[in-house]
Design a protein around this ligand. Structure first.
Ligand code: UD2
Ligand code: MN
Length: 574
């Protein structure tokens, strides 16, 4: 019968690497021997979970085709680690626990070397001789974490140390935002004891990632600060192209291309430079990605050249330390998570800098589907951060965000010092930023109606999220709640019913959300405000509610039928 054991091997030098590996029991001897032969004095069996093995053996008696990841090259060259799908018992529990604690597959990560190899993602353009300046400033790399997995954190740090010229790394500052996991205490200190470049700074209470980053900056000595999340992997040549831009102009803030490390298999997916995206945002003040716009593409001969980006994702960037300080670094009233990425983006542009994505630089990041750690109870942290941001930086455009949160700003604290910062810096207006740097953004002010779209008795409202994953799904209906959010819609001058990049679209089947294309047709709705009908362009049918099924349908227009009558909030007939 095929069964497996888990062996924890520990290398004993400072290349130390601790990873559980799934090994076919018949192979265990050979595998350990091979390791011993290759690195005789370095490998000692650290712990063998014999009881786990026995339990697993009992439970898996009938599983005779369990796949084993080869011990020595799991995840190498960025390949995926695929666990057997029929895991049971103790191993399954370990896998589940890993997911629960981290919102990614920690167990798979633990199987992969913390020094794993990755392919070189760079475009040939990046490798030309003298592409980058010889004389580059050294950077402090600041990595904040709150309860990060051991193998993932270590792989982040090693990828920095292994793939950067040592002279360009002033130091790597690990900022522990008050974690309570055991392995992040003495074990972490011991692990890096012989690496003089690595420093560990601890927050005395839970600060959230923004104040943790400020703590890192306060301890940093480098001329440049480079921030990374604690679940990243830097690839060959990632650092020089970033520092080069800052060396040429200290007001340039730069981001690498963020590649996706799969949360389940840890596979490293590369974006090639043809597929580089730039950052934007929507009026919910959420960051989003876009293809490089045409007006920007025209400025470049090669797609590997740095491109202007209206905003940054937030986690991975380099900035001149003095310029960061001049910009007032981050609002220290920002708690836990969110808002700081847009704050830094807006003020970089508005206060004299440039924000770029640098396609020669690739860093991977594990994107998660949920946040695994505790936030604060009783406060909507993200909303509070975003209101602070809007109050200080959005000028007359702040109202578009407030509409989206039902005009409920809540208690957002004191922002007077941030306002005077902006004033003293003499920054440009948000209108300038939108007109000049982000002309693609749809401005709700140009809408004819904005708010709820409800049935005539205001009982039911159009209600849907509008993320890319919601495209192609039927538009939902829900009792009206007057809080904006998924019930906030805009009726544009050109007849679209939209939120952000999503438009109400009918092509003969269901009434769905579809990316706005701006060419009317299936996305054209004519509101007849006398009869309250929403007449659809290409089909000449009217939007109606099917009360029995509680969903939308399209019917031949008839002004006498109540279920075809709609109210558009704040409809401006002129
Ligand atoms: C993205 C950014 C992230 C940050 C965030 C908005 C990328 C790839 N990631 O979310 O850097 O800008 O948007 O705020 O651009 N952490 C703490 N203390 C906390 C919470 C988090 O130290 O209280 C650490 C955490 O361990 C991680 C980093 O902050 O290293 C970012 O957190 P995340 O990974 O949960 O955020 P992410 O990637 O979803
Ligand atoms: Mn992250």
């Amino acid at each position: 019968t095929a069964w497996f054991t888990i062996a924890f091997l520990m290398y004993t030098d400072n290349q130390s690497d601790r990873r559980p590996v799934l090994v076919d029991s018949n192979e265990l001897d050979r595998v350990v021997k091979e390791k011993l032969v290759r690195e005789p004095e370095r490998v000692i069996p650290f712990r063998t979970e014999t009881n786990v093995v026995e339990k697993e053996q009992e439970m898996n008696e009938n599983d005779n085709n369990v796949l084993m990841a080869p011990i020595s090259n799991a995840g190498e060259m960025g390949k995926p680690v695929v666990l057997p799908s029929n895991l049971t018992g103790a191993v399954k529990k370990m896998v589940d626990d890993g997911w629960l604690k981290n919102a990614f597959n920690q167990y798979a990560s633990d199987m992969i070397s913390v020094h794993r190899t990755l392919p070189d993602p760079r475009d040939e353009w990046c490798k030309a001789p003298n592409r980058f300046l010889e004389d580059l400033p050294a950077t402090s790399v600041i990595i904040c974490f709150h309860n990060e997995a051991w193998s993932v954190l270590l792989r982040t740090v090693h990828s920095v140390l292994d793939r950067s010229p040592r002279r360009l790394i002033e130091e790597v500052i690990l900022v522990d935002d008050f974690s309570d996991m055991d392995h992040l205490k003495d074990q972490l200190v011991e692990y890096f004891a012989s690496e003089p470049k690595v420093k560990i700074v601890r927050a005395k209470k839970r600060e959230g990632l923004i104040r943790a980053r400020l703590l890192g900056a306060a301890n940093a000595k480098g001329a440049v600060l480079t921030y990374l999340d604690s679940h990243c992997e830097c690839t060959t040549g990632w650092l020089e192209p970033l520092l080069d831009r800052i060396a040429r102009d200290s007001t340039t803030v730069v981001c690498p291309v963020i590649d996706v490390i799969d949360d389940k298999t840890l596979e490293y997916h590369f974006h090639d430079s043809g597929g580089v995206n730039v950052g934007g945002f929507d009026w919910n003040l959420q960051f989003n990605w876009h293809a490089v716009p045409e007006h920007e593409k025209k400025k470049h001969e090669n797609p590997a050249e740095p491109v202007w980006s209206p905003t940054m994702a937030g986690g991975l960037f380099s900035i001149d330390r003095k310029f960061f300080e001049k910009l007032g670094s981050y609002d220290n009233g920002f708690d836990i998570w969110g808002g700081e990425n847009l704050e830094l983006s807006f003020k970089t542009w508005m206060c004299g800098g440039t924000l770029e994505i640098v396609p020669c630089s690739h860093v991977g990041h594990i994107f998660r589907k949920r946040s695994p750690y505790k936030w604060r109870s009783g406060v909507n942290v993200l909303r509070r951060n975003s209101v602070r941001l809007a109050e200080v930086w959005l000028d007359e455009y702040a109202k578009y965000y407030y509409q989206r949160i039902g005009n409920d700003k809540g208690d957002f604290g004191d922002i007077s010092s941030r306002k005077s910062l902006r004033k003293n810096l003499g920054c440009k207006s948000f209108k300038w930023f939108l007109d000049t740097i982000y002309p693609e953004l749809f401005i709700p002010g140009e809408a004819v109606a904005s708010g709820e779209i409800s049935t005539f008795d205001r009982k039911m409202c159009l209600d849907s999220p509008c993320k890319p994953e919601d495209f192609h799904k039927p538009m939902g209906l829900w009792p009206c709640h007057s809080q904006g959010g998924n019930q906030f819609w805009m009726y544009s001058k050109s007849g679209e019913i939209r939120r952000d990049e999503a438009c109400l679209d009918y092509s003969g089947q269901e009434v769905i959300l579809y990316p706005c294309h701006g060419s009317k047709g299936n996305q054209f709705w004519d509101y007849d405000s006398e009869n309250n009908l929403l007449r659809h362009g290409s089909s000449d049918k009217c939007l109606a509610i099917n009360e029995a099924k509680n969903k939308l349908t399209m019917e031949h227009c008839d002004a006498a039928i109540k279920r075809q009558q709609w109210k558009l909030e704040n409809y401006d007939a002129s």
